[in-house]
Design a protein around this ligand. Sequence first.
Ligand code: SOE
Length: 381
Amino acid sequence: MKKSLRIGLIGYGFMGRAHSNAYAKVNHFFPLEHQVVLKSVCARDEAKVKAFADNWGYESFETDWRKLIAREDIDVIDIATPNNTHAEMALAAAKAGKMILCEKPLSMNGPEGRKMVAAVEKAGVANMVWYNYRRVPAVTLAKQLIDEGRLGRIFHYRAKFLQDWTINPELPQGGAGLWRLDVKAAGSGVTGDLLAHCIDTAVWLNGGVSRVSAMTETFVKERQHNLSGKVEKVGIDDACAFLARFQNGSLATFESTRYARGHKALYTFEINGENASISWDLHDLHRLQYFDHRDQGTTRGWRSIHVSDGDHPYMKNWWVPGLQIGYEHSFVHQVADFIQGIETGKPARPTFRDALETQMICDAVLKSGKTHKWEKIGKFK
Ligand code: SOE
């Protein structure tokens, strides 16, 4: 008989769906000692949350997140709400002794994130942040190749996350779906929303960042606000590019924008080492490009590895070799790893503390965008 892991999800937007799908699938594909139970989902709109609960198979729903956290039949609180609500919910959930899964970015800023880390560590509750791209099998394979030392000394890290969905100046800010444009709800623009993903992957693959130099821009300065009904100043960064020095001596460039016409979610990274290079592209997510200078000269070249074989990360749990998986599976892998972390006592990452490092780098990037100076990364340990 499996132990139950009873989920209480807060939020039913894009991420609420991605997480619910992961909970629904994980036990079918991963051998775990725990059975995930979709116990309850919470959101303010009763009719909508009820429909969501019915659609995804949640046993119940709540309209007040404090009631959800107080329920004794919930083990895990999953925070899938806008960024400005993460801290308050996480602090309450930690106090109630719940395990916590929190959407990225961890918090609105570093100081808020620090309080969240202190709360989960004091309560001793399992915690993790949904930086899902680490668990795309090709990205996990990149981590394995780096850890095996195949690249040798790393010289360069280059990451981009390009979108084009906010170019229209008539697009309002605030409220459902568009809270990402409202600085009061999001904390920042592309830095916290998109570069945070790039930074999480980069720190995981290439180690800590020591300093950054950034430029940020807000191309559309005012937008109608959906909640106030007034035209309000836009406080988020629409685009951000920064240089970084890693602690291992490598040089990096990061770029993100929501103004790259033609790109919907183009997350790419390339790493150049002394022996080999790696590159990855979210639009072709099951492939890892690999170049090894030690290959025999006449046939040396970039290999396009189709990461779909049984010995590739996570793939033996899915179909037969050669059949690929997609974006949503990265969330399934994250739940599987979180549960395995509980079962083995070796916590899955990124924990809140790992995500605080990303938050501190985002803070330094945003600060540098204002000071026009190189900024060091604040304390996160
Ligand atoms: C924004 O458009 C967004 O949905 C981010 O919020 C996600 O984190 C990213 O994975 C895709 O783009």
